[in-house]
Design a protein around this ligand. Structure first.
Ligand code: DOR
Ligand code: ZN
Length: 347
């Protein structure tokens, strides 16, 4: 039986939500990952340092209930709005609690109604401050505009926002989150440091056909939406070339089965529980299992200037099926429900 032992990975982009689902969701993440970078788009977004400290306390309380020892404290982010001030950024920096600031363009995704309406008009002073202090800007890189095709939102964001942003703030640390297109891969490769991108399991596994395969499949609806096969292939190439600019970020985003299978179904795929097995499966299927550790365990810390984790995980090559449903105090259909994975995490 084939077995690999690799450095325990981190998840550089995860949604944990809050309240009664927090415990179950955190447990899934900590089974797979050491450090987790927590997104701030709660129903009431985490907009400042105090919100983040309170949320972090709730997450740590959930971890304590699970009796997990030797865990890393969650890495917190705050949500950029039109009203975020330079003082907010200074406080965030001085607190030592805030790892990054998340940019959601207005209406771009789940809970983005507090998002930024005019980045250069409203947030320039804040961006200068972040550049000066070295705080990373984590970007949901899509424009929302009724005239822009949903499949082009990332490309238009790159052309209209990312390129001028890089020109105006060349030293700002930027992470384009959950990239979904060949255009984003090429842009990140060509742009001057410091810039990087995270890649999710769903964007490596699937192209957009899966959303419409024998009827509409809401469980594959996420934002950025899945794209054509040529984009998926470009993302696989980016993830497997040992380039520090590309690293793991699951974008695991739990929604109840009911809210997904709904006349207004929510965007988001829940992958925290099987994410490492999914990445291992896709890397192996394209003949690159030897590149897995670099992508999930080393490239992220390299970009963020952090040490590698000292603990290890073991994976064996063994088929198993992703359950059709999970109970995390709400019923959740995980990403790839009912499908085969080729690798399994073992003790
Ligand atoms: O599909 C997504 N779900 N994309 C996001 O950007 C947000 C996330 C969520 O919070 O549900
Ligand atoms: Zn996300």
């Amino acid at each position: 039986m084939q077995k690999i032992t690799i450095t325990k990975p981190d998840d550089w982009h995860v949604h944990l939500r809050d309240d009664f689902i927090l415990e179950g969701v955190v447990k899934d993440s900590l089974k797979n990952f050491s450090r987790i970078l927590v997104m701030p788009n709660l129903v009431n977004p985490i907009k400042n340092t105090q919100d983040a400290i309170n949320y972090k306390t709730r997450i740590i309380n959930a971890i304590k209930k699970l009796k997990i020892h030797n865990y890393f404290e969650p890495l917190m982010s705050i949500y950029l709005t039109d009203n975020t001030s330079e003082k907010d950024i200074e406080l965030a920096f001085r607190s030592g609690v805030i790892f990054g600031v998340k940019l959601y363009p207005f209406r771009s995704t789940t809970n983005s109604f507090d998002g930024v309406t005019d980045l250069f008009g409203k947030c320039s002073l804040v961006l200068y401050k972040m550049e000066e202090l070295g705080i990373p800007l984590l970007i949901h890189g899509e424009v929302f505009n009724k005239t822009v095709d949903i499949f082009d939102r990332e490309l238009i964001f790159i052309e209209n926002i990312a390129i001028p942003l890089k020109e105006k703030f060349p030293k700002l640390k930027i992470v384009l989150e959950h990239i979904s297109t060949k255009d984003a891969v090429e842009y990140v490769k060509s742009a001057k440091d410091p810039i990087a991108a995270t890649i999710t399991p769903q964007h490596l596994f699937y192209n957009r056909n899966i959303i419409f395969n024998h009827g509409l499949n809401p469980h594959f609806y996420c934002l950025p939406i899945l794209k054509r096969e040529k984009h998926r292939l470009a993302l696989i190439e980016a993830a497997t070339i040992n380039n520090t600019k590309f690293f793991i970020g699951t974008d695991s985003a739990p929604h109840s089965k009911e809210n997904k299978e709904n006349e207004s179904g929510c965007a988001g795929c829940y992958s925290a529980c099987y994410a490492v097995e999914m990445y291992a499966t896709i890397f192996d299927r394209v003949g690159c299992i030897d590149k897995l550790e670099q992508f999930i365990s080393f490239n992220g810390p390299n970009f963020y200037g952090l040490p590698y984790n000292s603990t290890k995980i073991n994976l064996i090559k063994q088929s198993h099926i992703i359950p059709k449903k999970l109970n995390r105090n709400i019923e959740i259909v995980p990403l790839g429900a009912g499908e085969l994975l080729d690798w399994k995490l073992v003790e």
